[in-house]
Design a protein around this ligand. Structure first.
Ligand code: ZN
Ligand code: ZN
Length: 280
């Protein structure tokens, strides 16, 4: 079994890359993709920690904009060259944009009489501090409670309006340029309240050059791969699958990591596609 969607402390996971690798080995996985949000910094440690019988696939999950809407689309990349200069420059730009956003919101908070510092956000880190960390920080530090009437909601909206460094098409292009394949992450989460989207629903998004769609994904109540295997077939694309593990336990105390039956053949098809893209 394999798991192609896992986060570490390099972004918003709770386990270090080495701990994630150890947990995967313990569960008997043969392959694991590290897919941290908009960073590559966990990959070296994971690769170094992997035993001989566990393949660590270099991956990423890029937060991309879609049609200028605030709603982000998550783009998974596999078999990427983590030294790709274009990819590294784009990721650094994303980090700079987010830092400027955080500073601008903190400035507005100060103007509204609130007290919140950049270092207060460290404990809610999501790759680096962004909108979610700002919202949590405002709540915990009583900024909203203490703000003049009407100001709290304005600050929340401002914090949530995260800048996006790349569109979906750009993210897919960067992954291809870095020698990888791109998969659309958790389509079940794209539209609130509508986990089972159709091939027609996804076609305009997939047209940005995706090689695959994430079929095995967590849908409340089950892993629900069946529906998206059919969608992938209709669209003529490959599939990927993973637990989207962030190191948290389920209510029953189980780890998500490796908890769904993604067959190894899925990885071989993605690998072949990556090789074909590089060759041609
Ligand atoms: Zn995601
Ligand atoms: Zn994820």
């Amino acid at each position: 079994m394999i798991d192609l969607h896992v986060h570490t402390t390099a972004s918003d996971g709770r386990l270090s890359p080495a701990e994630v690798v150890a947990a995967a080995a313990e569960r008997g996985l043969s392959a694991l993709a590290i897919t941290d949000h908009d960073v590559l910094s966990g990959l070296d440690e994971a690769v170094a920690a992997a035993p001989a019988n566990l393949e660590v696939v270099p991956g990423i999950e890029m937060t991309a904009s879609w049609h200028g809407s605030q709603r982000a689309v998550h783009v998974l990349g596999y078999f990427i060259d983590r030294n790709s200069p274009e990819l590294q420059v784009a990721l650094q730009r994303a980090q700079r944009l987010m830092e400027r956003h955080v500073d601008a919101v903190l400035d507005q908070i100060r103007k509204a009489g609130g007290v919140l510092q950049r270092q207060d956000l460290d404990r809610y880190r999501h790759r680096y501090a962004g909108g979610a960390a700002l919202v949590l920080g405002m709540l915990e530090h009583g900024v909203l409670r203490g703000a003049p009437p009407g100001t709290g909601m304005r600050l929340l909206r401002l914090a949530a309006a995260e800048p996006r460094a790349y569109s979906v098409g750009e993210a897919v292009g960067l992954i291809h340029h870095a020698g990888g394949v791109a998969s659309l992450a958790h389509p079940a989460k794209l539209k609130r309240g509508e986990p089972l989207l159709s091939a027609e629903d996804l076609a305009p998004l997939m047209a940005h050059g995706f090689d695959a769609v994430e079929a095995w994904q967590w849908i409340p109540g089950g892993w629900g791969s069946g529906h998206y295997l059919g969608v992938a077939d209709a669209l003529g694309v490959l599939v990927s699958g993973g637990s989207d593990d962030h190191g948290k336990r389920t209510t029953e105390g189980a780890m998500r990591l490796g908890a769904q039956p993604v067959p190894s053949a899925v990885l071989e098809a993605l690998r072949e596609r990556a090789l074909a893209l590089r060759g041609g």
